[in-house]
Design a protein around this ligand. Structure first.
Ligand SMILES: Cc1cc2nc3c(=O)[nH]c(=O)nc-3n(C[C@H](O)[C@H](O)[C@H](O)COP(=O)(O)OP(=O)(O)OC[C@H]3O[C@@H](n4cnc5c(N)ncnc54)[C@H](O)[C@@H]3O)c2cc1C
Length: 191
């Protein structure tokens, strides 16, 4: 999808050998020309979690898809520290928080199992400012076996980004979930 839009996405690359002013050199001899290079580090678990018996070998906590720690269903785990959160983004943490809320309601007898036991179905949802009044809109569950893959770029995603920013400040960062549905509708139906 990204290729079709002129984005030269590559994956399964060898380790980076060297960053130079002209680009990136890889251990297998390949290279990419790049004026500007952004390098994001690997995810590192917090020290306080690393040695817990419920952590995996990298220090992230293993859970089921209802965000209960494996072997300890009384412990809820969500956000970046959960092993299942991939990629580590706030949007997926938000989806997990809603699951935990429903599980707590279930445990307290305030919600029935049919409603509460809807497992995590992660979606990567991101609107990013590209400058000059433009932004990109990504919505995909392809990493998790789904079929949704939407990438749009232009001025309407930028308007969505700015509307989100305004909503963020107006609600003192407590943005309600309907904002995502509204963004999805605008991005998919309006252009
Ligand atoms: C530069 C950057 C840009 C990002 N952009 C986006 C984006 O555009 N969209 C998006 O969805 N996500 C984005 N993310 C990811 C997003 O910020 C995280 O996924 C999200 O903050 C994770 O929330 P969390 O509550 O799980 O963990 P955190 O926000 O990391 O909270 C963990 C908290 O635990 C505290 N803590 C650590 N150790 C201890 C200890 N021993 N005792 C007590 N407290 C402790 C930490 O201080 C921290 O406050 C970005 C992340 C970065 C770094």
């Amino acid at each position: 999808m990204a290729d079709g839009m002129g984005i030269h996405y590559r994956n399964k690359m060898a380790d980076i050998k060297r960053l130079t002013k002209d680009g990136i050199e890889f251990a297998d001899g390949q290279s990419i020309e790049a004026e500007l290079k952004l390098v994001l580090p690997d995810w590192i678990a917090h020290d306080c979690l690393r040695d817990l018996p419920i952590a995996d070998s990298a220090g992230f906590i293993k859970t089921d898809l209802l965000m209960r720690a494996l072997g300890h269903p009384e412990i809820f785990v969500l956000g970046d520290c959960a092993a299942v959160t991939v990629p580590k983004i706030g949007g997926i943490g938000h989806q997990e928080a809603e699951i935990v809320g429903r599980q707590v309601a279930l445990d307290m007898g305030r919600m029935d199992a049919d409603e509460a036991n809807e497992p995590l179905q992660p979606v990567v949802f991101c609107i990013g400012d590209m400058g000059e009044g433009k932004a990109y809109y990504v919505r995909s569950n392809a990493w998790f076996g789904g079929k949704d893959e939407v990438l749009k770029m232009g001025r309407i995603p930028y308007q969505l980004k700015m509307s989100y920013r305004n909503l963020f400040f107006m609600t003192h960062s407590k943005v309600r979930g309907f904002g995502l549905s509204l963004a999805q509708f605008a991005a998919l139906k309006v252009f």
